[in-house]
Design a protein around this ligand. Structure first.
Ligand SMILES: Nc1ncnc2c1ncn2[C@@H]1O[C@H](COP(=O)(O)OP(=O)(O)OP(=O)(O)O)[C@@H](O)[C@H]1O
Length: 355
């Protein structure tokens, strides 16, 4: 599949009209069918985001009827600290060709144009309903089987280590933030990461092409056509199967971060059965040993997911322009890690905690 490219840069700091005009030019340049469309019939509207990552909808309409729509994503400044854009674009290109997510139509200097998905975005309470959870499990298994031509090395610990190196060198101008930042013990974090990595490595978990950020807002479902879309591959790369599933389970906590909503063993087993069955229409024979292995794997990697997003939050506190208390989020995720550590690691067959 051919992806068009153009050299236009959309300046996020400019006023809306100037920016929208640049967005229309991008669309004319990369959407082949729109090359000769008058810019006046292209309506630009806001989907999400602001000065960091902006997602727009551009619709071509005639007599007030929307004929065709695309999305335009403009990457914000500083997002490269936590997102590897080369890795993301490579993944999007191949996933889009294999029918996952939105179709990649074109690229411009600081963003991309994709097809507009007509579907409802799921909410945190949707993803734990049995029918939807079963479907997500099957779709996720299918996603995990994608063969993407990039390094097959799992990136979890590589990324955590990169984030740690970066995070240990920063400082904040705001004295209150600096004080909170200085209360983070990097030595303690390093020790926890080392211990958890040893525990996770001993599981010999399968490596798959993982989504790595499967929160409710990254699942769209068209109830009429019965089609589910996993979207937003900013963090996708090869990683541990249990990590991706656990990271999704951690998202049951929703916007309120209510981790009491983390699924019980029975609820996890229900998910695993559908996951192991995949999209196969035949019922696959699943053993207790397979379920138990997945349960242990997922529990250990749930801890890794807390660590990953905790360290990520330190960098966001420094580099993101989103008005959110990321340092508070660090303590929330690291706190939840510490709260669950004993319980989850005690499930391991070779339980060895050096305390
Ligand atoms: N191709 C698309 N078609 C229609 N809607 C979309 C499309 N891509 C994204 N959306 C909508 O925009 C929302 C945000 O998209 P996405 O998660 O990709 O952006 P983001 O900036 O990375 O947000 P976040 O960081 O919160 O995940 C989605 O939850 C969905 O509702």
């Amino acid at each position: 599949m051919e992806v068009s490219r153009c050299k236009i840069h959309v300046d996020l700091t400019k006023d809306t009209e100037t920016m929208n005009s640049a967005v229309r030019q991008v669309c004319k340049a990369v959407v082949k069918e729109w090359a000769n469309v008058d810019e006046h019939v292209m309506q630009v509207s806001h989907i999400t985001g602001g000065i960091t990552n902006l997602l727009l909808k551009v619709a071509v309409s005639s007599n007030g009827i929307s004929l065709e729509s695309v999305t335009v994503r403009i990457f914000g400044p500083n997002t490269e600290t936590v997102i590897d854009r080369q890795r993301e674009l490579l993944a999007i290109h191949h996933l889009s060709t294999s029918g996952f997510g939105a179709e990649l139509i074109g690229l411009f200097e600081n963003g991309m144009v994709q097809s507009f998905i007509v579907a409802r975005t799921l909410t945190p309470s949707d993803i734990s309903t049995p029918k939807i959870a079963a479907r997500i499990a099957r779709e996720l298994r299918n996603f995990h089987e994608a063969d993407i031509p990039m390094s097959k090395e799992p990136q979890l610990w590589v990324d955590i280590s990169k984030f740690m190196s970066e995070a240990s060198t920063i400082s904040f101008e705001d004295p209150k933030k600096q004080e909170t930042f200085l209360s983070i013990s990097f030595l303690e974090l390093l020790e926890e990461i080392g211990e958890l990595k040893r525990a996770c490595d001993s599981l010999d978990a399968p490596i798959v092409f993982a989504h790595n950020d499967l929160l409710a807002g990254n699942v769209m479902f068209n109830y009429e056509t019965d089609k589910m879309y996993l979207i937003d591959f900013e963090y996708s790369c090869y990683n541990y199967r249990g990590y991706d599933i656990a990271n999704h389970f951690n998202e049951y906590a929703g916007f309120e971060c209510d981790y009491s909503l983390y699924p019980s063993k029975d609820v996890q087993y229900f998910f695993f059965r559908h996951y192991l069955n995949g999209l196969s229409s035949k019922k696959v024979e699943i053993t207790e040993a397979e379920l138990s292995k997945l349960y242990i794997e997922t529990s250990c990697y749930a801890l890794a997911s807390h660590i990953y997003w905790a360290v990520w939050a330190i960098l966001q506190a420094k580099f993101s322009s989103i008005d959110f208390d990321y340092l508070d989020y660090f303590f929330l995720r690291f706190g939840e890690y510490k709260r669950k550590k004993q319980e989850f690691l005690s499930l391991m067959p070779s339980h060895q905690i050096n305390e």
